[in-house]
Design a protein around this ligand. Structure first.
Ligand code: FAD
Ligand code: DHB
Length: 389
């Protein structure tokens, strides 16, 4: 079998790149380890930057997003019982859109199927061959048979645990990592959100976040120990812990109900450099991870797709390799800025096991500076809505 681009991983970055390439007549085959239902059952990100929304529009998959996405012009930041608002519209003239990653992925799969583009599910033992030559290929098993696809380029969109990053020889890459000593316990509940906007809360008992998917679907998180397990948390325990971390006037409005999903996610900052080896390119979580505070994971995956798509369109359109040659540098430049914001916002909002009284005063002082200083709010808003591509 032969195609132009093999994309490993049918998550949001692989699907978005596949759809953009389809739009310029470049054929891409997507290889996905799981079933489509499994991919669509994963509850992950919820906030889209304008740039991500623009890319989805460019890929022709924004009809449902336009109808159901919720524009948010600001966010609330709470510290104990006090809270303040950062106005994105005032500081940047733009906003973010609340629309779940599950919906983005569903829209992309629908478009892919509508276009007759090929996705191969439940692949195993994926091996990238000849990435450092002009004729790479990808071999894999599926349904008990072995297959191989020859191609021009391989794109690794297979997430943090995928094979693509590990296919780059160790002496050709450098990794940077910070693991945080806690996780996020998240629930989804069919209840109206407690507020029109998101609430990020720093409290004595740890971080909490009130988010949403739509008018009757709420997403809430509390910081928890990584040694913890979802089975240790009944819905009642979750709601009671969440209430203890929010300002009283918010708690008074909180409507609780049964959870329909509950999971614990670890927090990690990670970057691998470079994001290219020969004809293999890495996109999204395959190359970098951010802690979720600030919702940069999916959005940074999308910005990688933007730069790589530009490079591939120049290569296929004009035979010009300059965009591909600059891909890693351009993508990493933006990735590191998203890493910085996510690390800073995580450090500001969580309780760390080894935090001293001095560290706590620093958090309090930094939150107060953000509350009172318009320049600090502008910097926050610019990062939150997404730095320009
Ligand atoms: P992924 O979504 O990980 O997709 C990779 C795909 O590759 C998967 O479908 C996987 O099955 C497939 N794959 C893996 N290995 C192979 C293989 N060997 N062969 C073939 N296919 C393979 N971001 C936010 O902005 N906000 C959030 O609230 C948020 N919450 C998150 C919660 C969790 C539990 C996790 C894990 C992540 C969360 N993120 C969040 C991050 C965000 O979801 C990711 O940044 C985003 O999914 C990245 O997309 P991706 O396509 O690069 O990778
Ligand atoms: C959500 C997750 C985040 O990490 C964040 O900063 C905002 C929203 C969410 O899942 O809705």
């Amino acid at each position: 079998m032969r195609t132009q681009v093999v994309i490993i991983g049918g998550g949001p970055s692989g699907l978005l790149l596949g759809q953009l390439l389809h739009g310029i007549g470049v054929e891409a085959v997507v290889l996905e380890r799981r079933t489509k239902d499994y991919v669509l059952s994963r509850i992950r990100a919820g906030v889209l930057e304008r740039g991500t929304v623009g890319l989805l529009a460019q890929a022709g998959v924004d009809a449902r997003l336009k109808k159901h996405g919720l524009p948010h012009d600001g966010t609330l930041i709470a510290n104990g019982n006090d809270s303040f608002r950062v106005d994105f519209a005032e500081h940047t003239g733009t906003s973010v859109i609340v629309y779940g990653q599950t919906e983005v992925t569903r829209d992309l799969y629908d478009a892919r199927e509508g276009a007759g583009a090929r996705t191969i599910f439940e692949v195993e033992n994926v091996v990238i061959e000849g990435a450092d030559t002009d004729s790479p290929s990808v071999s894999f098993g599926q349904g008990g048979l072995g297959h191989s696809i020859a191609c021009d380029f391989v794109v690794g969109c297979d997430g943090f645990h995928g094979v693509s990053r590990r296919s780059i020889p160790e002496d050709q890459r450098r990794e940077f990592e910070k693991v945080y000593p806690f996780g996020w316990l998240g629930i989804l509940s069919e209840t109206p959100p407690v507020d029109d906007e998101l609430i990020y809360a720093n409290s004595e008992r740890g971080f909490a976040l009130c988010s949403m998917r739509n008018a009757n679907l709420s997403r809430y998180y509390v910081q928890c120990s990584m040694a913890d397990h979802v089975d240790n948390w009944s819905d009642e325990q979750f709601w009671s812990e969440l209430k203890r971390r929010l300002p009283v006037e918010v708690t008074d409005r909180l409507i609780t109900g049964p959870s329909i999903e509950k999971s614990i996610a670890p927090l990690r900052s990670f970057v691998t450099e470079p994001m290219r080896w020969g004809r293999l390119f890495l996109c999204g979580d395959a190359a970098h991870i951010v802690p979720p505070t600030g919702a940069k994971g999916l959005n940074t995956a999308a910005s990688d797709v933007h730069y790589l798509f530009e490079g591939l369109s120049q290569w296929y359109g004009e035979g010009d390799s300059r965009g591909l040659d600059r891909y890693s540098e351009r993508a990493l430049d933006r990735v590191w800025k998203a890493e910085r914001f996510s690390w800073w916002f995580s450090s500001l909002m969580h309780r760390f096991p080894d935090q001293t009284d001095f560290d706590l005063r620093m958090q309090r002082s930094e939150l107060d500076f953000l509350r009172t200083n318009k320049a600090a709010q502008k910097a926050f808003a610019e990062n939150y809505v997404g730095l320009p591509y």
